[in-house]
Design a protein around this ligand. Structure first.
Ligand code: FAD
Length: 397
C-alpha cells in the first residue's frame, strides 16, 4: 500500500493486487490493535545481523521522520510513548482506512481476491523489460512490478502463505531459509511449569551448552506449555535457528533481575529468620508469585506443607538460587501463526539499493519478503514503509 501510494503520488498508473478480501489485514492487527508504526530509537542494530549494513543505508534514505511525515500526509497524527510511535487514535484500523482512502484519492486500482501466481519477464532490449503478472483470474501487463506479499508470519486470516518466495525463486532470486521470529517457545513436555499463567518482570538468557545465545530483560509470560512475552520474542530469531537444527536450548530465568548480589543476600538473610513453624508454602507466600512458588517447590521435589524448621538452611538457599536461575528446556517455537515476523527470505545480495532485484530493473522486493527482521517495537513496520516508499518512488521514475 505504501509503495502504491508513493508510485501513484509521482504520477504512475498503479494496480494493487490483493489476494485477501480486504487490504491491510495484518496491519490492522499490529501492536495489539494499536499499530506500533516505528520507533524513535532507530538504528541498524535493531535488525538481523545479515541486514544491518544495508538497513543503515536504507534508513538514511527513508527514516523515522519520513514515516512520521508520511503519516501526517495521510492525516494520521503520530504520538510517541517512550519513543514507541503509534497513531494518536490508538487504532490500527484507522491506519488501514487512511491508506485505503489515499489509494482511492490517487486513483489506484485495487483488485481484491486475486492471488498473484507468477511474474513473466519479457525482454524489450538489453536493458528494458516489461512483465506479465498472472493471477488465478487474470493477467496484467506492466512496466514495473513491486512484490510486497509479506511472508509466513501471522494468523491464518492474514493469508501469509509465503507466495512471494515461490515467485522470487521463479525469477532466479535466492531465498534464505525461513524461521518464525518474534515468537514464544513451547518447552520440553517434561518441564514442570506454573499451573496458571504468570506475567513477571525477569531476565532470561538462552544457552546452548556453555554459550549464551541471547539475553533479554522485560515482562515474561508463562503460558500453559511454554514461555512468551517481549523478552522471549526479542531473542527468538536467534534461538529458533538452533532449535530447528535440533540443538538443545535451555532458557535460564532470573526472577529477581533488579536485585544485585548484595540486595539478594540481604533478602535471603531476612527470609532465613522466618524458618519456624510455618510451612514452605506460607514461607514463600509474599516472596514471589504463588504460581511460580508452587512451580519451584514441585521442581525441587519438595512438599509445600513441609515445616520450615525441618528444612536445612542450605536447602533454603538452594530454593532461593532457583529463583535466580530457573532452567527451562525448550522444544520448539509456537510457529508462524503465532509469530510476528519471518526471519530469512529473499537474500539482500539479490536486492539493490533502489529495491530492484538482480537482473531485473523493473522488479522490486519490499517488506517482510526480504531477509530483514527487526526487534519488537515498530522496527518491522518501519522496514515495510522504508522499503515500500523507496520501491514506489523508484518504480515511478
Ligand atoms: C500479530 C502481529 C502484530 C504485529 N505488530 C507489529 C507492530 O506493532 N509493529 C511492527 O513494526 N510490526 C508488527 N508486526 C509485523 C508487521 O505486521 C509486518 O512486518 C508487516 O506487516 C510486513 O509488511 P509487508 O507489507 O511486507 O507484508 P504484509 O503486511 O503481510 O502484507 C502483504 C500483503 O500481500 C498480500 N498477498 C500475499 N501474497 C499475495 C499474492 N500471492 N497475491 C496477492 N496478494 C498477496 C497479503 O494478503 C497482504 O495483504 C506484527 C505482526 C503480527 C502478525
Amino acid at each position: 500500500m505504501c509503495a502504491a501510494i508513493y508510485a501513484a503520488r509521482n504520477g504512475a498508473e498503479v494496480t494493487l493486487i490483493e489476494k485477501n478480501s480486504q487490504l491491510g489485514k495484518k496491519l490492522s492487527m499490529t501492536g495489539n490493535g494499536r499499530c506500533n508504526l516505528s520507533n524513535m530509537n532507530m538504528n541498524e542494530k535493531m535488525y538481523n545481523p545479515a541486514a544491518e549494513k544495508r538497513i543503515k543505508q536504507w534508513l538514511s534514505v527513508y527514516g523515522v521522520l519520513d514515516v512520521i511525515n508520511f503519516f501526517k500526509s495521510l492525516g494520521i497524527v503520530v504520538k510517541s510513548e517512550d519513543g514507541y510511535l503509534y497513531p494518536m487514535s490508538g487504532q490500527a484500523s484507522t491506519v488501514v482506512t487512511a491508506f485505503e482512502n489515499e489509494l482511492k484519492r490517487l486513483g489506484v486500482s485495487v483488485v481484491y481476491n486475486e492471488q498473484v501466481k507468477s511474474v513473466k519477464v519479457h525482454k524489450e532490449s538489453d536493458d528494458a523489460e516489461c512483465y506479465t503478472v498472472t493471477t488465478n483470474n487474470n493477467a496484467y501487463e506492466c512496466d514495473r512490478v513491486i512484490l510486497s506479499t509479506g511472508a509466513l508470519a501471522g494468523a491464518k486470516s492474514t493469508m501469509s502463505t509465503g507466495d512471494g518466495y515461490y515467485i522470487c525463486k521463479q525469477l532466479g532470486l535466492s531465498v534464505k531459509d525461513t524461521f518464525p521470529a518474534l515468537v514464544g517457545f513451547k518447552c520440553d513436555e517434561n518441564e514442570i511449569m506454573p499451573e496458571g499463567g504468570v506475567r513477571c518482570t525477569a531476565e532470561i538468557s538462552f544457552h546452548l551448552g556453555n554459550e549464551v545465545i541471547a539475553s533479554e530483560y522485560g515482562e515474561l509470560q508463562f503460558v500453559k506449555d511454554g514461555i512468551s512475552g517481549i523478552p522471549v520474542m526479542q531473542a527468538s530469531s536467534k534461538v529458533v535457528r538452533f532449535l530447528s537444527e535440533g540443538k538443545p536450548i535451555v532458557a535460564a530465568v532470573n526472577f529477581f533481575p533488579d536485585h544485585d548480589e548484595g540486595d539478594f543476600l540481604s533478602l535471603e538473610k531476612e527470609m532465613l529468620r522466618l524458618r519456624d513453624d510455618r510451612s514452605l508454602k506460607e514461607f514463600l507466600n509474599g516472596f514471589y508469585n504463588s504460581n511460580i512458588n508452587d512451580m519451584i517447590i514441585r521442581r525441587m521435589k519438595m512438599s509445600s506443607s513441609m515445616k520450615m524448621k525441618n528444612i536445612s538452611e542450605s536447602m533454603v538457599l538452594s530454593i532461593f538460587d532457583y529463583y535466580r536461575n530457573c532452567k527451562i528446556r525448550l522444544k520448539e517455537s509456537y510457529g508462524y501463526q503465532q509469530a510476528q515476523v519471518t526471519s530469512g527470505g529473499v537474500s539482500l545480495g539479490d536486492i539493490r539499493d533502489d529495491m530492484t532485484v538482480k537482473d531485473h530493473n523493473g522488479i522490486f522486493v519490499t517488506g517482510e519478503l526480504a531477509d530483514v527482521d527487526g526487534r519488537c517495537g515498530g522496527y518491522n513496520l518501519q522496514w515495510a514503509f522504508t522499503s515500500g516508499s523507496i520501491a514506489g518512488t523508484v518504480a515511478s521514475l
